[in-house]
Design a protein around this ligand. Sequence first.
Ligand SMILES: NC(=O)c1ccc[n+]([C@@H]2O[C@H](COP(=O)([O-])OP(=O)(O)OC[C@H]3O[C@@H](n4cnc5c(N)ncnc54)[C@H](O)[C@@H]3O)[C@@H](O)[C@H]2O)c1
Length: 273
Amino acid sequence: MDPEHGRAPTASGSLHGRLALVTGAAAGIGRAITDRFVDDGAVVIAGDLDAAGLDALQAEHGDRVIVQVCDVTEESSVAALADLATDRGGLDIAVANAGKGAYSPIVDHPLESWQEIIDLCLTGVFLTVKHAGRVMNDGGSIVNIASLNAIQPAEGMAAYCTAKAGVAMLTRVAAMELGHRRIRVNTVAPGLVQTNATSAFFMIPGVVEEFVENTTVGRFAQPADIASMVAFLAGPGSDFVSAGFFSVDGGASTKRYPDLPGAFSRLGDATAP
Ligand SMILES: NC(=O)c1ccc[n+]([C@@H]2O[C@H](COP(=O)([O-])OP(=O)(O)OC[C@H]3O[C@@H](n4cnc5c(N)ncnc54)[C@H](O)[C@@H]3O)[C@@H](O)[C@H]2O)c1
């Protein structure tokens, strides 16, 4: 037992004995984070809107996951997800991951669409930090998933860029407020990751090529690339890391964002996921 922190130490990189919560856990990056946490020895409380996806997660991981349908935009739903930790010894890790983008130039952007993205990508993270923080053990770790678009503007993505920039600042405030309990809070900012959310990009000629050209490493990411950074921030190897912003974008933040209006006009389609 660690006499200062009052808890059993883990091997570097191991999450053995830890209880984690992940939102948007049924697919894409959230699913990869959940898989990685389970592989590293954690039990994961997995929340998502997608009941079938959660069933598949449960079928694969059995009692290493506790699944519950959750809408991160509804406070009672997020509170109920977090409360699953209270009779299991409290949370050690939380990842506010659920989110999605929308394409619309500002002057055409319907208010409902703007509000939907802000509710999901920013308020959903606030609610997750609020309720995970409430049931988290001292010394825990919270990771908020933002985006390259938190720091790199993309035409037609005002709501998403604004929400993700807000996540980065919310993270820093939360790190200050929760620091007295030795809870660390960090932002991970992925670049292009191949998931359902980006399937449209992969269907529009030239967009993925432009993304890749804008990286320094010459490829787009798979969800496991993001899970790797999240696992580091969740684990004991990052014990001195808080209020940080970690780009996992293959160096794309050094360059410019792809020309989405051009791409969508080439496609003759004014909407995107
Ligand atoms: N894929 C990328 O290129 C990329 C890049 C940067 C940031 N991100 C961010 O990573 C996160 C995950 O994205 P992804 O690509 O894995 O998306 P995805 O669409 O593959 O998976 C998102 C998951 O979140 C769930 N979800 C959606 N709304 C929800 C809600 N209201 N409550 C609970 N769950 C909900 C979905 O059912 C789905 O299982 C998002 O925050 C996204 O903005 C993704």
